[in-house]
Design a protein around this ligand. Structure first.
Ligand SMILES: Nc1ncnc2c1ncn2[C@@H]1O[C@H](COP(=O)(O)OP(=O)(O)OP(=O)(O)O)[C@@H](O)[C@H]1O
Length: 334
């Protein structure tokens, strides 16, 4: 068995805020194997992006603090690297694309200028080689007339085209890992499917690992071999996607699956998980999900269960398969 490419090992992070420390990530552990796609899923504010940004060294240094743990890349703890060493890995061996491609591009530089810069800096290509390489990459992500696109400014392209440019930019340095943070949320549905297909094909063609952050369990089902379910800054369940979706153990995962809208069920009342996500600056004792959990008992209020087990792990004292009948299994199988 090969070594993990990335290991999050008991990572805890917090932010300083006027309300006190926001415990955005607590004790998060999971691995990404070389070439593997891992989906991170959970409601808004559960810590998905912060987890990804910490790997890229992109957290705000004035407010963010690492409270414990490591993020190892090929065995090296990224949190112990100097910022220049991390900057060298970023955009080279580790790349990231975001929900809004426009916010990651410089509006006053042409796409060509922005595409060639990392190739010159990280790969030592000459300006001419970098230009040819970038043009090839645009063609590889399905953009026609790549040479003339190189002379365009970001505002001249549609959202779908820009996301393709971001993927080309990320792939151009042949990263070992690409993080895609809600890469299709800002796109219309047909373009979403194209971009996801492109990401999957390119990840396979380049033997690249993919960390895919999304709210959408359907996307996870199609794309990811492993899934990590986060709630209030913690991993509540993780495992092979097919197994977690077929037999979710944690009541939160069960709720997420049950609340997914599906085609052909116009008359079904949409289920939503009752209650609100907790304030991460004032987390309750015990399991953070208990105020919203129909099965919560006094034990859940007092103690936090550990994430245990080998295949599927669930941080819940009462995690079992008994309540999974409400989950519409067949529709979510990859
Ligand atoms: N710079 C910051 N300062 C203070 N708190 C922050 C900062 N960045 C994130 N947080 C807090 O950390 C928590 C986790 O945020 P994060 O962006 O990781 O959530 P998320 O799961 O990615 O949500 P979404 O799906 O909406 O992007 C949130 O409570 C958020 O308010």
């Amino acid at each position: 068995m090969s070594q993990p490419l990335i290991s999050f090992d008991r990572l805890s992070l917090s932010f300083a805020s006027e309300q006190g420390r926001v415990r955005a990530v607590q004790d998060v552990s999971f691995d990404v194997m070389p070439g593997q796609t891992v989906g991170i899923v959970g409601e808004s504010g559960c810590g998905k992006s912060v987890t990804a940004m910490s790997l890229m060294g992109l957290l705000p240094t004035q407010t963010a603090r690492v409270d414990g743990g490591e993020i190892r890349y090929q065995g090296k703890n990224l949190l112990a690297l100097r910022s220049t060493q991390l900057a060298d890995l970023r955009g080279n061996q580790l790349a990231m694309i975001f929900q809004e491609p426009m916010s990651a591009l410089n509006p006053v530089l042409t796409l060509g200028e922005q595409l060639v810069e990392p190739l010159i800096r990280h790969r030592g290509e000459s300006p001419k080689q970098a230009w040819q390489h970038a043009t090839q990459m645009l063609a590889e992500v399905g953009l026609a007339r790549a040479d003339s696109l190189m002379r365009c400014y970001p505002h001249q392209l549609s959202g779908g085209m820009l996301q393709r440019v971001m993927i080309a930019m990320a792939l151009s340095c042949q990263p070992a890992l690409l993080i895609a943070d809600e890469p299709t949320t800002a796109l219309d549905v047909t373009v979403q499917a194209q971009i996801l297909r492109l990401l999957r094909d390119r990840a396979r063609a380049h033997a690249m690992a993919l960390m895919l952050i999304t709210h959408d369990l359907g996307v996870i089902a199609q794309m990811a071999e492993q899934v990590v379910v986060m709630y209030a800054g913690k991993v509540v369940e993780k495992g092979p996607t097919a197994e977690v979706l077929r037999r979710p153990l944690h009541p939160y995962t069960q709720g997420l699956i049950a609340s997914r809208p599906t085609a052909g069920e116009r008359h079904r009342r949409l289920y939503s998980i009752p209650g609100q996500v907790p304030d991460l600056a004032a987390l309750p004792n015990g399991c953070a999900f208990y105020p919203r959990c129909a099965r919560a008992t006094d034990t859940c209020r007092q103690r936090i269960p550990p994430l245990t087990g080998d295949r599927q792990q669930a941080a819940c004292f009462y995690a079992d398969s008994a309540a999974t009948t409400a989950c519409r299994e067949t529709e979510l199988q990859p």
